[in-house]
Design a protein around this ligand. Sequence first.
Ligand code: PHE
Ligand code: ZN
Length: 881
Amino acid sequence: MRTDTGRIIHLADYRPTDFVLERVDLTFELDPTETKVEARLIFHRREGADPSAPLVLDGDDLNMTGLMFDQVELAAERYTATPESLTIRDLPETAPFEITVTTQINPEANTQLMGLYRSNGIYCTQCEAEGFRRITYFPDRPDVLAVYTVNIIADKDTNPLLLSNGNFLGGAGYGPGKHFAAWFDPHPKPSYLFALVAGDLGVVEDTFTTMSGREVALKIYVEHGKEARAAYAMDALKRSMKWDEEVFGREYDLDIFMIVAVSDFNMGAMENKGLNIFNDKYVLADPETATDQDYANIEAIIAHEYFHNWTGNRITCRDWFQLCLKEGLTVYRDHEFSADQRSRPVKRIAEVRHLRSEQFPEDAGPLAHPVRPTAYREINNFYTTTVYEKGSEVTRMIATILGRDGFKKGMDLYFERHDGEAATVEDFVKSFEDANGRDLKQFSLWYNQAGTPQITVSSSYDAAAKTLTLSLEQMIPATPGQSNKEPMHIPLRFALIGANGGEQAPTSVTGGEVSGDVLHLTERSQTVVFSGIASRPVVSLNRSFSAPVTLHFSQTTDDLALIARFETDLFSRWQAITDLALPNLTAAAGAAAKGKPISCDKGLLDALLAIAADESLEPAFRAQALTLPSESDIARELGSNNDPDAIHAGRQGILKEIAVAGAATFEALYKGLVSDAAYSPDAASAGRRSLRNAALGFLALSENTPVAAAEAFAKADNMTDLSQALTVLAHRFPDSPETHAALASFETRFASNALVLDKWFQIQATIPGDGSLDRIMRLMQSPNFIASNPNRVRALIGTFAFGNPTGFNRADGTAYRFFAEQVLAIDKRNPQLAARLLTAMRSWRLLEPTRADHAREALMTIERSASLSNDVRDIVDRTLK
Ligand code: PHE
Ligand code: ZN
């Protein structure tokens, strides 16, 4: 375990290495517990570097068994080796030299899943961010790019497959029972993109012909017997390759592209050059076992990792502070891909929901950091929604400001200038500036200032002058280490909508730059006057969520209802519904806290039911409109002193009113949207299922028996409907015999499918109420709870902490104490997983005082623990600060 040194790394301290790495030759002799790694590294001293500087290589928990300099054993006085570093002195001033290091590692004992480990008998690696140093001593930083040759030797019977990055060079027998394979990757890469896989796996094969006519072999490796479940991933891969050619002009650059699915993985997937390694959850799917959401996730993540080949691999990051350079950009690319493959507005709504529920709380709490941080103690803790999702939004704003063509020109220049390099955020922004002749200096503050901008807006219409005046003010809240913020450049798309629903175009605008439908807010406060507006318009602001901000714009119910009815931007229609719903939900929480009756505005009911029944709208959109803001959305709206029980009760009360008022509509939807066609995961079919299942949820609320839900469970012929019906049963009727029977039959039917069992755990982990904790503890005793499997731990403990507000925030604090014990136990085997789970407590200060005290106590138990990983130490310290 990487122990805590308290050391903070600063962006300002960046400097290049003293030595340039020319070539890397690796030889692995694989063994479950005693793998031998020989690394031959050719270096030369960088021009201008200190001629007496030693070579310092990174290590983590390493055991060195040999060290040679130019093929000769190195004298002990010339080096110092510890598990964490190798320092070699008295090196040539200019001549290249070769260092050969041998280490011995134990993949079987590697429970952190960083470096080389074994998952279900498969050897695999995970090197981002700093896992390569757990394999051999190395300048393990992203600005050290080299060409790699990799030789793998292993038992032939158990490891018929030997894979690494790049192109296959050849292989042969290697003594009794063994064989070897050699791989060569011609593209210089940093160590975090290295990968090796060995074992016995099934394969799905296909080919892709690139735009210049080269044929690329595509291979997806999965456990034997699961090949059929990789078909959708293969299809998504081919569509991704095509899309990147068409939209970004990017062609694949090796003869082979491989994906390997493993069942123990800390993250979603990893973009290793030519050899992506995936959490099998994002590869395997068939109608019987995967939901529509699973299919959509697979499509998005396959695309994401593939897109990294250009944004991340061909152009990588100079240092880990630049992480958003590859992640924010690549998320933007996968969002655009999914929008093109599916419904753009529905995709946008889902993205914004995710951003608001995950990134906004991060940005408003103790873990807030800029999209490009300037200091870190543990880089693993910076793979955050801020770097990824807000980073994507920042890229999207560049596209909004420059327009489609301007954005394309900037991207092309970026690829042209920096291909083969380790670049910075400045390089990226400069490409857009230079390609468009536009100054993005103020815009760059988005990379440096944390916190979600709060924009206060008011509007007034002057009928005599025919002008509309918009007054806007921006405020960026203080965040850890940043108290005073500069005003930012915020591009707000807008529309002025007339009473009949038509858009009104101004004859002229003063008070700020307006180009097309984009209003550029750049001052702390700004007054924009639109002239030539014939009648009072309704202002629709931040269309398509053009900027990741919170708007404070008190619009009347009538105005919001008009937007909900007439906006041509479907995102804004959904937003108007949300804006109509939120005050009802917060008022309901207040009423519930005081034991008063809950009531829902008729305006909201009418708008919702009209959308639900509107056949001219796509079903997926209608389902989104019917999915009201979540309990955590309501908590965020309330701000502080939160009582999760009251929020839950209030929200349920509103849902019940909608269910009763709309019973006939929901009945009609539920009956009318049955499909006899064979299951297809396409977006339109998925949309119909989501609307039908939303209707089922409302029906279960207005009915007092589980009969309808039990029947839906019995009749379901695909995993989407089955898991939805089970969720409705378990959440609405947790103690009914029907629910017990359904849970038992689901468990038996899918006993051999880990990914489906994860759903079984998840559904139960989110059953609300005080009984949750006992249920979680009971489920942990189940033989199916496997503590070494990150997916399983996340499904049960993670889902409970992140997705069950009433259960997790029990007023007596027992769930926090339980959670602290779990985090400490998990930290012993897998610090990254433990640290990520612990971020579930980041909003503890917004709870009412009794719960907040209990939460602080639980956090302090963790903080007082004598042996914490660097990962958990970093999160707990920042969370308590
Ligand atoms: N780079 C991976 C991605 O976003 C995420 C990842 C980070 C995976 C660190 C493993 C470890 O595509
Ligand atoms: Zn990524």
